[in-house]
Design a binder for this molecule. Structure first.
Ligand SMILES: Nc1ncnc2c1ncn2[C@@H]1O[C@H](COP(=O)(O)OP(=O)(O)OP(=O)(O)O)[C@@H](O)[C@H]1O
Length: 539
């Protein structure tokens, strides 16, 4: 899926470019009528010329003001739209691809890519079509109306300006490229430092990290300063070049080598600025464009990553899930055999305790049952029909899953328990009591609206697990998957929690991964997973 900003912002871009073309035309026409006025000075007085001159003069600032609205709208919405699309992509991306992208790197990629996408469409192509091209063409057309013979000389001027400025900009480009690379490296060091506070502090890594950041920042500052100086030199140099052309025109006119009226001469001097400035601007924005293209291409690579089509395609699943069968299942991930020929028969109404040494593949088995990983061979059957034939979004209506990683997200306590369901506060509070979180809730400032930090910072591991567990009371799913969901709880709390959820688990198909043999008393059947093989054992 490539992002087509042209199509999405067609209306805004058309208005923006349309107004720009009108402004360019009116500015060029204004000089033309100014020349007419000068040439008729002291001879005739034509009201219509004065009127058009005045009108072109007044309309330019008016339209320039109106242009600010589509421009500002596009500037913000293009950037936000690209980031919104990154969220849409994450919602559909294949799980195995998702695992390969680091969240820090993705954050950087989307920030830089969204800004680059906006620059390419608005600041490069937008400016080219609304300003640079029309300004050049309209002004050339009006110059031709003064004297056609000037056009070839102006075109030679273009060539000279283009070649000279291009040479300078090659240096600018290489500097910008290096500055971008060092800025990226700085950002990763920065993000790493902010997110890995505890690991870096205990391992005494911060000193090195800060020194590294300091060095990089000095280096980048140096490059950015150099870049600005070349920028400024470029515009200064360009201004001298245009000044020389203006002097040449005056000399040619005064030595009668070109025949031109006084008004024509004044107009020519103004036109020279207007026809050469777009070349200079083009050269500068082209350098930025070629760099932005790289950042935007990187974001597009992310947009092209495979999506999990099974999320929306396939048969609907409305009937209750009574059976989950794992049949001759093998899973290979990154050329590593994780599961081999595993076979299991699971029924609704039973709790299955899934055990096995660390790395045996318990989570991988669960994730394959959840449709996150695809079987390499064999299949997962839902009510005796291949899971691959079903639409996963429908399947997830029937599934409740607590992962072994921190299951808390940034948001309020209430959101973390019921997501966007509508449930009375008293009901939620009663569930918190059942989940052994009564005292925690009483002490919490802000109650259910209290903000819980990213990944549940400020909460103990056990509190996080119990909050996530509270979700179980608000689900209608008949398949319950608990992946070491109580590993951080002490035995007494865990016992109380299991006693409280007993009724919730009745008539459900429950798969419970656990490393604690004691927890197996809750299981009707124990499944022992050995490395690369699943074996069903008796309860
Ligand atoms: N996406 C992946 N790509 C490659 N290898 C993976 C992937 N996910 C897991 N593995 C590997 O598969 C093996 C099984 O991992 P898994 O997490 O399923 O084991 P587990 O039995 O749940 O372990 P634990 O009890 O420690 O949580 C491990 O060796 C792990 O490194």
């Amino acid at each position: 899926m490539a992002i087509d900003l042209w199509r999405h912002f067609k209306k805004g871009l058309t208005v923006y470019i349309g107004i720009g073309i009108a402004v360019s035309f009116l500015s060029a026409a204004n000089v033309f009528y100014f020349q007419k006025l000068l040439d008729s000075f002291g001879k005739t007085f034509d009201w219509s010329v004065v009127f058009i001159y005045g009108l072109t003069l007044v309309l330019v600032p008016l339209l320039s003001y109106l242009e600010q609205k589509p421009k500002t709208k596009l500037h913000n919405s293009m950037y936000f739209y690209l980031k919104e699309q990154a969220l849409v992509k994450i919602s559909k991306i294949a799980y195995s691809e998702y695992l390969q992208i680091g969240s820090g790197a993705l954050l950087q990629k989307t920030e830089a890519g969204a800004a680059a996408g906006r620059n390419i469409h608005l600041n490069f192509y937008g400016r080219l079509f609304k300003e640079l091209l029309p300004e050049t063409l309209f002004n050339l057309a009006f110059i031709a109306m003064i004297d056609k013979r000037l056009i070839p000389a102006i075109l030679v001027g273009y060539l000279v300006v283009f070649i000279v400025t291009n040479l300078l900009l090659k240096v600018l480009r290489s500097l910008k490229e290096h500055a971008l690379v060092s800025e990226e490296a700085m950002n990763s060091t920065f993000i790493r430092g902010l997110t890995e506070m505890v690991t870096f502090r205990i391992n005494k890594r911060f000193e090195k990290e800060i020194a590294q950041y300091k060095n990089m920042s000095a280096d980048t500052t140096e490059r950015l300063t150099k870049m600005t100086m070349i920028h400024e030199f470029f515009f200064g140099f360009f201004a001298v070049l245009v000044a020389l052309i203006k002097v040449a025109i005056v000399v040619l006119a005064f030595t009668n080598q070109i025949t031109v009226s006084l008004g024509g001469l004044a107009a020519l001097i103004i036109y020279v600025d207007r026809i050469y400035t777009p070349v200079a601007i083009f050269n500068v924005i082209f350098v930025q464009y070629s760099l932005d293209k790289v950042a935007f291409a990187r974001l597009n690579e992310f947009f092209y990553l495979p999506e999990d089509k099974a999320l929306t395609q396939g048969d609907p699943l409305s009937e209750t899930i009574n059976y989950i069968t794992v049949k001759d299942l093998s899973v290979i991930l990154q050329e590593k055999k994780i599961l081999t020929d595993s076979t299991l028969e699971l029924k609704r109404g039973a709790i299955y305790g899934l055990v096995g040494e660390s790395g045996a593949g318990k989570s991988t088995l669960i994730k394959t049952i959840l449709g996150l990983y695809q079987p390499t061979t064999g299949a997962v059957l839902i009510n005796h029909k291949n899971l691959a034939a079903y639409n996963l979004n429908d399947y997830y209506q029937h599934v409740f899953y607590l992962s072994q990683d921190a299951p808390i997200f940034q948001g309020t306590l209430k959101e973390n328990i019921i997501f966007d369901k509508e449930i009375a506060d008293e009901e939620i509070i009663a569930v918190l009591e059942k989940c052994q979180l009564g005292a925690f809730y009483q002490a919490l400032k802000g109650g259910l609206s209290a903000e819980i930090g990213e990944k549940g910072a400020n909460l103990s591991g056990g509190e996080k697990q119990r909050i996530a567990f509270a979700r179980l009371f608000f689900t209608n799913a008949e398949v319950i998957v608990l992946d070491e969901a109580t590993s951080a709880l002490d035995e007494t709390t865990e016992e109380k929690l299991f006693a409280a959820i007993k009724d919730q688990l009745k008539n459900k198909l429950v798969i419970m991964i656990t490393h604690r043999p004691k927890n197996l008393i809750y299981a009707d059947e124990i499944i022992e997973l050995k490395k690369t093989q699943v074996e069903a054992a008796s309860s």
